[in-house]
Design a protein around this ligand. Sequence first.
Ligand code: TEU
Length: 576
Amino acid sequence: MTDHLLGEEARVLRPDGWWRSAVVYQIYPRSFQDSDGDGIGDIPGITSRLDYLAELGVDVIWLSPVYRSPQCDNGYDISDYRDVDPLFGTLADLETLIAAAHERGIRLVMDLVVNHTSDEHPWFIESRDPASPKRDWYFWRPARPGAEPGAAGSEPNDRPAAFAPSAWTYDPVSGEYYPGIFSPGQPDLNWENPEVRQAVYAMMRWWVDRGVDGFRMDVINLISKPIGFTTDALDPSGVEPTYEGGSGPRLDEFLAEMNREVGLDDLNLLTVGEMPGSTVETAIRATDPGRHELNMVFTFEHVMLDRVPGGQRWDLVDLPLPVLKNNLAHWQLGLADVGWNSLYFDNHDQARAVSRFGDDSPEHRVASAKTLATVLHLHKGTPYVYQGEELGMTNAPFTTIEQYRDISALNVHAAATALGVPAERVMHFLTTRSRDHARTPMQWDATDTAGFTTTTPWIDVNPNYPTINAAAASEDADSVFAHFQKLIALRHDHAVVREGRFELLLPEHDRLWAFTRTLDDERLLVLANCSSRPAELPLEDLPDHVDAELLLGTHLNGRPDSLAPWESRILRLDQS
Ligand code: TEU
């Protein structure tokens, strides 16, 4: 076991602000590498692949949940915060992984899922008894006035859950309802109760003692519930704020308390809060170093731009490039002086970036995966690479609902079908946006199951694995993987990539993504053609760069006035 290091020792282990120059790699354990032949990825599998991550050059692993869990939401429903689920291995395996990562100079950040527990967590089981001292650890509410408890339509209000028709589940043991704003298997914890908060902080300290370097905090803005949620006077129409953007008034107070009680800043731990619905304003508050809450947050704005506001989840709209790049620029400017950005396109909840924002056809996949990475990694903030993104992995070509595994996909399918939405429309949503696209097995090599397992994997491997895989990438100096290596090295080597001021150029151009980064007398120009056609560069509207040094380019075509399809360049401008 790694010793818990305090004070000066902790600073040597984790220097002040180290996360500002770090690149984080997210591992979704279930889909990374199976080691015991059960078709599900596990911790020893991850340990066996650490050299691959060291070769990529990342600084940190964010490990999606490996805690004990009934797996109703693949581990985002935790029944024991201090143990590892046997599916993934043992606590000893995790300690081995942490030590082996540290040996390679890679830190490890745990996923912290404390907005809710599993309905199989002992706290919740105890809480079901109305006489229990833990009754108030969750939100128990009676049926709506005059309604028969447990009967259809008697829920306290009409609020839907993210992954189920209703946020409310009836508990026959106590004759009352509890809310699970994600699913019935994920009852919301009552953070108003100080005992709940102290129990969470004690658990976090326990993990810090085991050598973890920080926490990615699941839907952390939802721990403080909106006004109306915690009172008995619930609006039966359910029109109160939904879980997206529905943070309550005590969020900053809870985050500052957590930081203090766990010693998050004192120990220089990395903290990133997932905050659906957060705005630049809420992010500034949460990441202002003077307030000691979090280092950074995950905004959802840029991954929601293709949704119809107030529409159904399956209502999608096209996303013009200016909308996307201006949104990222809004966050860059908003957090330029106070706070810090996280940078991501991909994670375990999103469709694959190259399929969604790029062009995953055989002709353009490699160039568009590289160009999207160039653009993202040259913004200011901490970049997150999601497993397989560094290979340009694509969406899965699933054709039937039976191939999907995610509770969210299955719920959307059931809900839309019940409403009579045409099957093609529902399947279109799933084939373009399902979370399962990110969850197909990591493609290691061209052998059966892409080298992921020796048996049938829990979810189908993407059939393009014979060409898109890590082994092939490592033999190709022009691979997407090699490009990610270069981007990561650029960030480590150049202060201007880490700290330079961001300025968006050509904001309304519908195919070019162009910006500068400036630090003292150093200036970078990033030019990217985000389309599958050649693009002329409007030289008159760009800084002079004809003689600039090319730091990284997908394929410099010798012409300063145009970019090939999905070509991008990082140029160092002559400031003399
Ligand atoms: O995600 C929060 C969240 O808002 C997403 O689930 C979102 O609703 C979904 O992706 C819509 O496309 C976090 C985790 O990242 C996710 O995996 C969990 O399912 C969820 O919280 C509940 O813990």
